[in-house]
Design a protein around this ligand. Structure first.
Ligand SMILES: C[S@@+](CC[C@H](N)C(=O)[O-])C[C@H]1O[C@@H](n2cnc3c(N)ncnc32)[C@H](O)[C@@H]1O
Length: 280
């Protein structure tokens, strides 16, 4: 995938930011292929604002008490409100671009968050935490069993006594994964302040031997079809393998919900919302 930023005189983004939306109608704007969605935090935040996830993790942080570590915290959409609740909070992410936005936002809101740039598979902090969590499918960026077990083991090492490791990932749907490569399907529509209405279509290219879906998202504005083309490479974690991966890292799955409202996990559940403890 090319990195088009230098090749493309596209200025749609700054045009929108200046509020001169009308100009966008008259500009010749072509598709921008992104090599990494997370180099574009404004787009991520516009497309994927948090709602139910914040309620869930905030409540979990309240129940657990004490300090909180969010892995793959992105722009701090969850970390910052949890810190503003008065909990000592650390956010860790590997993306410099996402963390820059997180730091700016936290400082603007006076949120006392410590942000750390690191890979969630391998890091070592001096503190341990009552709650360590990875939200919104971020774990699925880890494509191999070795990567997942490394991240789980690292999270485990940062759990305080009685600490909980929590995460949510989607339940793989064979129907969705088996779509023919190249076939576009609707993913979502989102009204955004920054970009106007964004319409996302996706393709699937699922490798059942690795359980990795090499998908692509095509994001359109009202003015530009396929304004951004974004690779979306995600691993699937099937329900029966999940406790085994955790056990390999010395963790025990103590609860698995089927959604963020804590409904029991079952055959129709679209998500696996998991709470784990250390197996001592
Ligand atoms: C879907 S975003 C989620 C951001 C945030 N948790 C939220 O809910 O808004 C996924 C994040 O995972 C981060 N990420 C992906 N792989 C990572 C890794 N190995 N270590 C740390 N962060 C990672 C990306 O940089 C990105 O910010």
């Amino acid at each position: 995938m090319t990195s088009p930023q230098s090749a493309n005189p596209w200025n749609h983004w700054s045009v929108k930011r200046q509020g001169l939306d009308v100009l966008a109608d008259h500009l010749s704007i072509s598709t921008m292929e992104l090599s990494d969605f997370y180099d574009h935090p404004d787009l991520f935040d516009a497309l994927l604002p948090v709602s139910a996830h914040l309620t869930f993790y905030r409540e979990l942080a309240r129940q657990q008490g004490g300090n909180v570590l969010e892995l793959a915290c992105g722009t701090g959409q969850l970390t910052i409100p949890i810190a503003l609740d008065g909990r000592p909070t650390v956010g860790l992410d590997q993306s410099n671009a996402m963390l820059k936005v997180a730091k700016r936002r936290a400082s603007g809101l006076g949120a006392p968050v410590g942000f750390i740039q690191a890979d969630m598979r391998h890091f070592a902090l001096d503190s341990d935490f009552r709650l360590v969590f990875v939200a919104r499918n971020s774990l699925l960026h880890l494509l191999t069993n070795a990567d997942l077990v490394a991240a789980f083991a690292t999270a485990r090492r940062h759990l305080a006594p009685g600490g909980i490791f929590a995460f949510d990932v989607f339940t793989p749907s064979l129907t969705l994964l088996n779509r023919s490569p190249g076939q576009r399907f609707p993913v979502m529509d989102e009204d955004t302040v920054t970009f106007g209405r964004l319409c996302v279509e996706g393709t699937c290219d699922y490798d059942s031997s690795t359980q990795v879906n090499n998908a692509t998202w095509y994001i359109s504005t009202p003015h530009v079809r396929d304004a951004w083309v974004v690779p979306m490479v995600l691993r699937s974690i099937f329900p029966q393998e999940l406790p085994l991966l955790l056990a390999a890292a010395g963790l025990e799955l103590v609860n698995r919900f089927g959604d963020l409202g804590r409904e029991p996990f079952g055959p129709a559940s679209r998500a696996q919302v998991c709470l784990c403890r250390r197996r001592d």
